[in-house]
Design a protein around this ligand. Structure first.
Ligand code: AMP
Ligand code: MG
Length: 410
């Protein structure tokens, strides 16, 4: 059986074509702000940062033990003092001497080696070394991690906990980051009901704003929930026009198709420019993309799973680019299907899957359940998309398929 939606008169756009079109029309934000490191997690670095100091700052010990010169011939050296972390040995080491040293403490300039304390015998002030003590061990050279002036992080880096640790190690207190991308989300539909209100027949609770709000939970974004707007074209247009003046991006869900109550595309055409696509993907066929002045507009389909797929595949890459972060790809892996996967040829399909790893490290994936684009429970159960190409006729148990684990980008 051929997928009915693929039999449209006009060729459906591939996901890649849509993505290319969206990303070429997306410009990075340029305004910056300076933040202390404590507020910089997840923000996008505006300029590269260079280290004002060597890392490590000093030559120091990698072990607790004894610092000595490998030029010494004697197997017994005399203890001249101690170098503590934060309290270096002061004085000049004489030939025949060594220094008690602890991890992170400055290695005296006369020394080039540290022997582990477990490898020596201590007899008062006399330290007996083994004949086969390997020289030049356990010394961390100044600047061996990062040299003074070397780059710590490049512009466009979305600052991670590890980045912030690195910057702190270099003594950097503040970072210049790109401003947050301002995003407004709107749900449209006469049937949509707010949480807390009683549901009447024919109505549904608005779930898409909860999905979107949380998918958008990112320190590089500031998100405003503009609520539910009914299928009233005048009111919807007024809200969209106003939002376009105040946000970088508007994301709507619902009303994006070509039914009598689907106004989003026409409103976008009246207010700005529209690229309306029927995409060759399932779920997520209709998508209205365009701009109103400087504001980018994504009119997503209403079905909750279509929202998830179009957000992940099209909106998220555009938002990452807009935020100034460097381009990331979704990780795709091969996994063995452990349940049959039904599909008709026609559109690229994103099935909800549950992947796991067996004892040999092999990835396996099973369908997360019913695959209708309104089935939220299988979306909630899933931990990956199973990506089946347009021409695929599904998969049998034992077939290798491509999966995209959620949240794995590189
Ligand atoms: P539409 O794109 O407006 O034709 O909506 C397609 C389907 O998605 C319909 O079944 C809607 O009731 C449903 N839908 C639209 N908006 C939402 C929403 N915010 N939350 C949950 N379901 C929605
Ligand atoms: Mg609707």
């Amino acid at each position: 059986m051929i997928d009915a939606c693929s039999l449209e008169k006009k060729r459906l756009l591939t996901l890649q074509e849509a993505l290319d079109s969206i990303t070429t029309q997306t410009a990075r934000v340029t305004d910056t702000e300076t933040l202390p490191l404590t507020e910089a997690l997840g923000r996008v670095l505006a300029v590269p940062l260079f280290s004002p100091i060597n890392l490590p700052y000093d030559r120091n010990a990698a072990m607790d033990g004894y610092a000595y010169s490998s030029a010494e011939n004697a197997l017994t050296l005399t203890l001249a003092g101690t170098s503590w972390a934060g309290k270096p040995f002061v004085g000049q080491l004489q030939p025949g001497e060594c220094v008690r040293i602890f991890t992170g403490a400055v290695v005296p300039p006369e020394c080039d080696s540290v022997i582990m304390q477990e490898h020596v015998t201590v007899e008062g002030l006399f330290i007996h070394f083994p004949a086969d003590a390997p020289p030049l061990q356990n010394v961390r050279e100044a600047g061996e991690d990062i040299k003074q002036g070397e780059q710590l992080c490049q512009a466009g880096k979305k600052l991670s906990a590890y980045d912030l640790g690195l910057l702190a190690a270099a003594g950097i207190e503040n970072a210049s980051v790109l401003r947050k991308v301002r995003i407004a989300i709107i749900s449209t539909g006469d049937e949509l009901t707010e949480l807390g209100q009683t549901l009447s027949s024919g109505n549904i609770y608005d779930s898409n704003r909860y999905t979107l709000n949380n998918l958008l939970s990112d320190p590089a974004f500031s998100v405003k929930d503009l609520g539910i707007i009914p299928d009233d074209p005048e009111h919807l247009e007024k809200c969209i026009r106003l939002a376009a003046e105040n946000f970088d991006v508007i994301i709507t869900s619902g009303g994006a198709s070509v039914g009598d109550a689907d106004f989003v595309k026409d409103i976008l055409a009246r207010c700005g420019t529209v690229s309306f696509w029927k995409l060759a993907i399932k779920p997520g066929k209709p998508l209205a993309f365009g701009n109103i002045g400087r504001c980018q507009f994504f009119g997503l389909p209403g079905n909750p799973v279509a929202v998830a797929v179009t957000y992940e595949q099209l909106v998220a890459p555009a938002l990452r680019k807009l935020s100034g972060a460097k381009e990331l790809k979704r990780l795709r892996l091969h996994a063995t299907a452990t349940s049959p996967l039904k599909k008709s040829p026609g559109r690229q399909e994103f099935l909800r899957g549950i992947f796991s790893q067996d004892e040999e490290g092999e990835l396996r994936v099973t369908s997360a359940g019913r695959q209708g684009s309104h089935i939220l429970s299988s979306l909630s159960r899933s931990n990956c998309f199973i990506v089946l190409p347009a021409e695929s006729r599904g998969a049998q148990i034992g077939d290798t398929v491509i999966i995209e684990p959620f949240d794995l980008l590189f």
